[in-house]
Design a protein around this ligand. Sequence first.
Ligand code: LRY
Length: 224
Amino acid sequence: MNYKLPKGALIVSCQARADNPLHGPQYMGAMALAARDGGAAGIRANGPEDVRAVKAAGLPVIGINKVFSDTYPVYITPDFASAKALVDAGADIIALDCTPRARDGEPPETLVRRIRDELGAEVFADISTLEEGIAAEKMGATYISTTLSGYTEYTTKTPGPDLYLVRALAARVEAPIVAEGRYNTPELARAAIDAGAYAVVVGTMITNPREITKVFAREVLGTR
Ligand SMILES: CC(=O)N[C@H](C=O)[C@@H](O)[C@H](O)[C@H](O)COP(=O)(O)O
């Protein structure tokens, strides 16, 4: 199988919410260029505007569309329309929440099939447990990513990444496993590959200067 993401890839997530001074496609486009020049082999970006901007780096783009709801916990590309907007903007791969949690509309198995068949895009399943990863592979997801470990109501957020989940998935799933979430040092990113990950996504510690500054400030000011 020919995957759009190369094996052993470092993927850089270029995201900045509205409250972040770096919010906006101009900044995220520049982040993607910097990430590419530093050796990233793929970019993860949120929303059609940022996806369009990060395409300029010429790397495979994993698009997500965060849509928050007062009623449902699922917010990462929760429906077909949000996925289609990303493909229209140039995303090569669509990441979506593949947990079985309640959402407004089609279940993940239908979304995965429609994204593959109707939009012709690879599917990147964001999951939080081993069982969800096994289910996402059966749905036909191209990649299985640990993105949501620690961010669902039934998983625990540890200070570090969930390397146990990477190992467990690598032992049970044929599809490429992507390690994502709190890979905050180069050593942890490498540990993910050693644990069986096909690729690793790093966001905050590469592309969020505010959060990186906080880490330094806590240490320097002794407010840890
Ligand atoms: C849970 C959720 O919504 N995660 C998001 C998914 O796109 C992003 O906010 C994370 O920054 C991304 O997963 C990378 O992780 P980290 O920033 O820890 O390297």
